[in-house]
Design a protein around this ligand. Structure first.
Ligand code: ADE
Length: 252
């Protein structure tokens, strides 16, 4: 049987550099302005890539993973802005399903539905999500977390007892940096836990190719006025550690 290859994506280098750093027998291939790093994580062959930001960039990258590398599954890992009031910086959200909040061809079809696919929510792999959740819970245990990230860094982001949630993630081509953006989304889609710019696009492509997909997002900011400051410093200091720890444990 042909060996299965798993695709691991992030949007920006800071989301996946920690994973690329621990790949064994690494090779790099550049296609369409993206560099795909193939190698071993434990015994698992993986290909790791950052797509750059937004739904178009992410869809193109997911398609290359599927068509060129023939991956059997895609795992997207990165950061997101918290939308639900109980979500804090440092928490992790695993997508149960994802929606493209900026898709709207109403009145032709209901708002948010993807035209001609007749689908609004894209589900993720329940098996992979359950497995990831267990690893994240042990990593987020304060006794473990403080051995991985300096306490003063955790303090800067008021990360105390971070939690992991499973629920709906919304994706679209906007960085949320105002209360208005956040409140509009809360009102329109009250079940949404966090917002980002790629996940639902990757989930759509995986659905169309019938390949399992998972999306794991660490909360870097609260999708409000402080979002850009919080996002910039979080991705410099923290997101690589989360990404590396979560993915490494999966394939140990
Ligand atoms: N990813 C991380 N933070 C975000 C925000 N505030 N808006 C959109 N995508 C994000």
């Amino acid at each position: 049987m042909e060996e299965q290859l798993i695709g691991i994506m992030g949007a920006i280098p800071q989301e996946i550099d920690g994973i690329i750093a621990i790949l064994q027998d690494k090779t790099a291939t550049t296609i369409g302005n993206r560099t795909y790093y193939q190698g071993l994580l434990g015994k698992q062959q993986v290909v790791v890539v950052y797509s750059r930001i937004g739904k178009v960039a992410a869809s193109a990258t997911a398609s290359a993973l599927l068509l060129h590398f023939r991956v059997s599954e895609i795992i997207f890992i990165g950061v997101a802005g918290g939308i639900a009031p109980h979500i804090e910086v440092g928490d992790v959200v695993i997508a149960k399903d994802l929606i493209q909040y900026d898709m709207d061809v109403s009145p032709l079809r209901p708002k948010y539905e993807i035209p001609l696919l007749n689908k609004t929510y894209f589900e993720t792999s329940a098996m992979r999500s359950n497995q990831v959740k267990q690893h994240i819970e042990s990593f987020l245990d304060p006794a473990v977390l403080h051995t991985k990230i300096a306490s003063d860094e955790l303090k800067k982001f008021a990360i105390d007892q971070p939690k992991v949630y499973v629920g709906t993630i919304a994706s679209g081509d906007q960085f949320f940096s105002t209360d208005i953006q956040k409140e509009n989304l809360q009102q329109a889609l009250p079940q949404v836990l966090c917002v980002e710019m790629e996940g639902a696009a990757v989930a759509q492509i995986c659905y169309e190719y019938q390949v399992p997909c998972s999306v794991i997002r660490t909360i870097s900011d609260k999708a409000n006025q402080e979002a850009s400051f919080s996002f910039e410093s979080f991705v410099q200091k923290i997101s690589q550690v989360y990404g590396q720890e979560i993915i490494e444990k999966l394939f140990q």
